[in-house]
Design a binder for this molecule. Structure first.
Ligand code: SAM
Length: 283
């Protein structure tokens, strides 16, 4: 490796509102030698808006495997580079994992330039618990695979965050209602930071009904945030006093059975004794 290896900056870009491109991101995108972008035509519009004319190279799901080694060599040779995706934070349901992993393994500096991400934007306004959460990305597309996948998440107590396409969001919410129960709280975050931003809170049942009524539009981009499973009550049935005494009476005389039940907090010993003798008579 030469003495002066370059740096790979992983730069977050807006998920809608262009004012969300930070001054630092703007400066670095203008200063680096080149930018690896998921869709160069899409990102050109963003860069033009900020008067940035840095050359771009394509890095997307279909070519990442082939181009990564060459791009890493260029950084190792001294280039400073930025990685961006179409929107939000690269690598979050977006390409870049191989490039970042290979650059890091090669010992190159990989520097985050944080900013927008739909998942954190949605979570931060969801009003649901944020102390522990799981980002689940896009659910599987096929119905059977998706239903089984959701079922496996049904007992997870962490808040769950999903991305979903507008074509599948209605069906997905209905599947969540079946898997998690209609009463589970959830949030639909649509078109975040854009003109028609909409944040709807309610139970999965209410939200699924709102979609069915056409009360929530299915156009745009969606994040679904779902409350975690409630802590289950212990699944042992209530042990009634009569049942307890009946069991104790199989092993003990009434007075001792009543004393044990009293020690366990089932009532006063003399009252339990009266109950025990009655039960004994029945037995
Ligand atoms: N890397 C991006 C990020 O950091 O959020 C996510 C890229 S992923 C390919 C695109 C998905 O993110 C969309 O299908 C949608 O689920 C979500 N998304 C992106 N922008 C959004 C927005 N403005 N409002 C709601 N969801 C959005």
């Amino acid at each position: 490796m030469p003495d002066q290896a370059g740096t790979l900056y992983v730069v977050a870009t807006p998920i809608g509102n262009l004012e969300d491109l930070s001054p630092r991101a703007q400066r670095l995108l203008a200063e680096v030698n080149w930018i690896a972008a998921e869709d160069t035509r899409h990102s050109r519009r963003l860069l033009e808006h900020f008067g940035i004319s840095t050359p771009m190279t394509a890095l997307h799901d279909h070519n990442e495997r082939e181009v990564t080694a060459g791009l890493v060599e260029r950084i190792a040779g001294g280039d400073n580079a930025a990685l961006i995706s179409d929107a939000g934070t690269p690598l979050i349901s977006d390409p870049g994992y191989r490039l970042v992993g290979t650059a890091a393994q090669r010992g190159l500096a990989v520097v985050p330039v944080p900013g927008p991400s739909a998942l954190l934007a949605a979570l931060s306004v969801s009003g649901l618990a944020t102390d522990r959460f799981a980002f689940e990305g896009f659910p599987p597309r096929g119905r059977a695979a998706r239903d089984a996948w959701l079922q496996a998440l049904a007992d997870d107590m962490r808040t769950l965050v999903f991305y979903e396409s507008p074509h599948r969001v209605v069906e997905c919410l209905a599947a969540m209602r079946s898997a998690f129960g209609a009463g589970r709280e959830a949030v639909v975050a649509r078109e975040l930071t854009k003109r028609y931003e909409e944040i709807r809170r309610g139970s999965l049942g209410e939200l699924a009904d709102a979609f069915a009524r056409g009360d929530i539009r299915t156009q745009g981009e969606f994040v679904l945030v779902v409350a975690g499973a409630e802590i289950r009550e212990r699944e042992t049935p209530d042990l009634g006093v009569e049942r307890l005494l009946a069991e104790l009476l199989k092993e003990l005389p009434p007075r001792r059975a009543a004393a044990v039940a009293a020690r366990l907090g089932f009532g006063k010993a003399n009252e339990l004794y009266r109950l025990a003798t009655g039960l004994n008579g029945r037995g």
